[in-house]
Write a protein that binds this ligand. Structure first.
Ligand code: ZN
Length: 183
């Protein structure tokens, strides 16, 4: 049995190293959907993610909302992120996750020619205002099943909740023989 852990919006120095450490302790792997602007700001941290065996995906350069952004601007922003990944990490990714899960049909058509568009089925809710770590943990465990794609965020807003929830969630996976796999 396996699950796919995903972390959106990093790399961010106050939380991404914590996530990496927790994964490493348990020999687990994840996919990080990075914002190009953060890769540009924190190249060493982005490199560390790759060096530790994880996978990365494109999450646009400025975290644009596809439902609101003009078509050409949106595609250009995705390409800018892809170019940043290439320049800084020396690789190409074929994975894309739209910020907010929002895409217009016209965008989907163009993007899916070059990318696998990855959504999720388990939303940890780590970004929800006022959610407690135990609520976040219980909710995430409840919906996790074989083959699940689980969405967490390594960003400033979710930092406190991730620090409490993630270690317990990873222990839960381990205890239940749920292996982590790459997309
Ligand atoms: Zn995002």
């Amino acid at each position: 049995m396996e699950v796919y852990l995903t972390f959106d919006d990093g790399p961010v120095p106050s939380i991404t190293p914590f996530v990496l450490d927790e994964l490493k302790k348990r020999g687990m792997l994840a996919t990080f959907f990075m914002v190009g602007d953060n890769i540009q700001k924190y190249p060493d941290l982005a490199r560390r993610v790759i060096e530790e065996g994880h996978q990365i995906g494109n999450h646009t350069y400025n975290h644009l909302n596809g439902a609101k952004a003009d078509h050409n601007r949106y595609i250009g922003n995705l390409e800018k992120c892809q170019q940043t990944i290439k320049n800084i990490l020396g690789l190409d990714t074929h994975l894309f996750r739209p910020p907010y899960g929002r895409l217009k049909t016209s965008q989907t058509k163009v993007i899916s020619k070059d990318f696998k568009i990855i959504m999720w089925d388990v939303l940890s809710g780590d970004f929800v205002n006022g959610i407690s770590p135990s609520q976040c943990l219980q909710k995430t465990i409840k919906y996790t099943q074989n083959g699940s794609i689980i969405l967490f965020h390594d960003q400033q807003k979710t930092e406190a909740i991730i620090k409490e929830t993630l270690p317990q969630y990873l222990d839960y996976l381990k205890k239940n023989n749920l292996q982590t796999a790459l997309l």
